[in-house]
Structure formats: structure tokens, C-alpha cells
Design a protein around this ligand. Structure first.
Ligand code: M6R
Length: 366
């Protein structure tokens, strides 16, 4: 059932273009230039009247939430908070009937997320679920929601669920922004068109697999890794670090690139690989500057750049090129090389990638 792949994780990484096509089917319509989510039609009033959104999740789903915050705030002008479900449920949070809580969970069974939903419900919030497992406990306890429709995820390290969650959050932001009138028609159309083109661009990114497998061999020696990104790519850095930790047992930390000088820069020496997402967007020059600082301290830079970048390719030790896309959709592409990097490093180290030690696919205890 691994479809010819050596591991479920690799199969699930490669399935992503098809999964996102399924996730967007009937929802992103390029012919009519429209994004339709049935939950937004059915619960328009509750969603449009919200004073704020609170996203609750754990692990990778929490990282998707951090990306969701940026796109929802930027397109819909609604304040969004992102919380670890485990913290939210125990800290007596302020919740009112004007809040919409978005619970994100692949399995739909995560104990902390379920408990956080219960608490939010008791306080009158409207609950929107973004889940994968159909009919699981979380979708059954929400007021409405959208399934990500990426199919069963078997590998303990979440891959296709993450890109599915980010896709649903992007569709939600687009549909709400259109209803609220907070997005220009031009911006709306260009994001819709680009979202529709993402599966095709993902196919391009997956062609980098052999190259990433080769470069992974160089880095199996590392005891520590740093991952840096800014804006939409900051949560991608967190996600890349989590993937590496989970399956290769190498210690890794994700940081917003600008925070490097406030501490982590002290770790950098010639043994320290730093993965930097340095795509061509508003933050490019600043991230380039970080790369120069790392090289000045002899750190090893693996840079994720936009095709045609010939500045960073001259400075970084390894360069991975991605097709260009709209900034808010970049995570859907930039995540893939980091999934592959973690996968190949773990395989080189002989680890059990699909079932890493100490981890369970769904965390049904707190
Ligand atoms: O099923 P959920 O999305 O609620 O699970 C949340 C986390 O347990 C999960 O994302 C975990 O961090 C993964 N192993 C990450 O790869």
C-alpha cells in the first residue's frame, strides 16, 4: 500500500500535488474566478460578525495555524490569535460569543484540542474545524468546518495534512475577504489563479528529490540544525525543524530570521548547518543579510531561494530553487524541500521514518 515508495512518508510527500487538487476540487473555481466553501455560505453571519478568530491546535497543525493567522489578518483584517490547545485549555482564556475558534487537527482526535474546543464552546464561541479524518471526534464536536480531503496520512510525521491545512486556511481567507470586501478584485483574482496553479508548481519542486537526497548525505554528521525564515516562511522554518527532530533525532530549532542576532547566532560555527528560506519577497534583502552573517561565522548555509537567484547561490553552501509564487502561498512550496531534507537525513541515519521512537500518530492523551 506504499504505492512503490519505500516509506509512507515519501509517498505522502509525493502525493501532495494530487491531495491539494482534491482539497480544492469544487472549492477553487478558476473558470468563475471564485472560491466557495460551504461552511462560509452556511455560516456567513457567524463568521463575518466575528470580532476575532482564535486558532487552536498542536504540533504541525499549530504551525499551519501560524500561517493561517498571517493570511487571515492580511486579507480579512480580522485579529487572529494562535494558541497551543494545551496552553489555552488551562489558562482561563478570555472567550466570548463574538469569537470564532478555528480548531485544526489532522486526526481529529487530539485530546488537548478536543478539550480546548469544549472550553470555547462552554463560553459561547462558534467553532470551525479544519480536519482530515472524516467523522472523527473533533469534526463531530464543532459547529461547522471544512475537511482538508488529503486522504489517510499514515506516516507519523505530518506532511500532506500540513499543506492541506494551509490550503483550506487560504481558501477560507479568500472566501471571507471577498464577503467582507477587504480585498481588491485584482488581488483576489491573482491569488485564486495562483492557488490553482500550486499543484503544478509542487510537481516541479518534487523533481528536486534526488538533489536533496544527495545533499542530505553531507549533513548526517550534524548534532544541531537551525532553520530560519521570515513572515509566511517563519512557520515553515518551525515546521522544517520539527520534521527533522521527529524522524532523524537531530536537535533542530526554527527561528524568525531576525531573532538570530538575539541569541542563536552564538551557536554558529563551522559544524552548524543553517537552513534559510530566502525566497524573493519583501524580506529578501534582510534574510540575505542573515546569510552573510552566518557565512562570516563559517556556518553551513542550505538556502531555499526563488528560481534565478544568482546572489545567494554565490554565498550559500547548498541552494535549492523554487518556482516563484505569491508571497502568501509560498509555504505550500517552501515546505516541500524541508520535508524531503528531513526524510533523507533520517533514511541516511537508518531511522524508522514512518514510526519514530516515542511518537504516536494521534495523541489521545494529554
Ligand atoms: O492530529 P493532529 O493534527 O491534531 O496532531 C497534532 C500533532 O500531534 C501532530 O501534528 C504532530 O506534531 C506530528 N507528529 C507532526 O509531524
Amino acid at each position: 500500500e506504499k504505492g512503490g515508495y519505500p516509506h509512507f512518508m515519501l509517498k505522502e510527500i509525493f502525493e501532495q500535488p494530487e491531495c491539494l487538487t482534491n482539497c480544492m476540487r469544487g472549492r477553487v473555481n478558476v473558470d468563475t474566478d471564485n472560491v466557495v466553501l460551504s461552511a462560509v455560505i452556511d455560516y456567513k453571519k457567524q463568521l463575518l460578525n466575528a470580532n476575532r478568530f482564535i486558532i487552536i491546535a498542536c504540533g504541525t497543525s499549530w504551525h499551519a495555524g501560524l500561517i493561517g493567522k498571517q493570511i487571515l489578518e492580511s486579507l480579512c483584517r480580522i485579529p487572529v490569535e494562535v494558541e497551543y490547545a494545551s496552553e489555552f485549555r488551562y489558562r482561563n482564556p478570555v472567550i466570548t460569543s463574538k469569537d470564532v475558534v478555528i480548531a485544526i487537527s489532522q486526526s481529529g482526535e487530539t485530546a488537548d484540542t478536543l478539550a480546548a474546543i469544549k472550553l470555547a464552546k462552554e463560553n459561547g464561541a462558534f467553532i470551525y474545524g479544519i480536519c482530515n479524518a472524516i467523522g472523527s471526534s473533533i469534526p463531530r464536536s464543532t459547529d461547522t468546518g471544512s475537511y482538508i480531503h488529503v486522504g489517510p496520512e499514515i506516516g507519523v510525521a505530518s506532511t500532506k495534512a500540513f499543506t492541506g491545512q494551509v490550503t483550506v486556511l487560504s481558501m477560507l481567507a479568500l472566501a471571507l475577504a471577498k464577503e467582507k470586501g477587504t480585498i481588491s478584485n485584482e488581488a483576489y483574482l491573482s491569488i485564486v489563479k495562483e492557488l490553482h496553479a500550486i499543484p503544478q508548481k509542487m510537481e516541479e519542486v518534487l523533481k528536486l528529490n534526488d538533489r536533496i537526497a544527495d545533499l542530505s548525505r553531507i549533513f548526517t554528521y550534524a548534532r544541531n540544525f537551525l532553520y530560519l525564515g521570515r513572515g509566511y516562511n517563519y512557520p515553515v522554518a518551525l515546521e522544517g525543524a520539527l520534521k527533522l527532530k521527529e524522524i532523524s533525532y537531530i536537535h533542530a530549532e526554527g527561528y524568525p530570521a531576525a531573532e538570530m542576532k538575539h541569541g542563536p547566532i552564538a551557536l554558529i560555527d563551522s559544524d552548524m548547518p543553517v537552513v534559510v528560506i530566502a525566497t524573493h519577497n519583501a524580506m529578501y534583502e534582510k534574510v540575505l543579510n542573515n546569510i552573510q552573517e552566518i557565512k562570516a561565522r563559517k556556518g553551513k548555509v542550505i538556502a531555499i531561494v526563488t528560481e534565478g537567484d544568482n546572489t545567494i547561490s554565490r554565498i550559500a553552501d547548498e541552494v535549492i530553487e523554487l518556482p516563484d509564487t505569491i508571497e502568501c502561498l509560498e509555504p505550500l512550496l517552501s515546505t516541500i524541500p524541508l520535508q524531503l531534507l528531513a526524510y533523507h537525513i533520517a533514511v541516511c541515519k537508518g531511522k524508522n521514518v514512518d514510526q519514530p521512537r516515542n511518537l504516536a500518530k494521534s495523541v489521545t492523551v494529554e
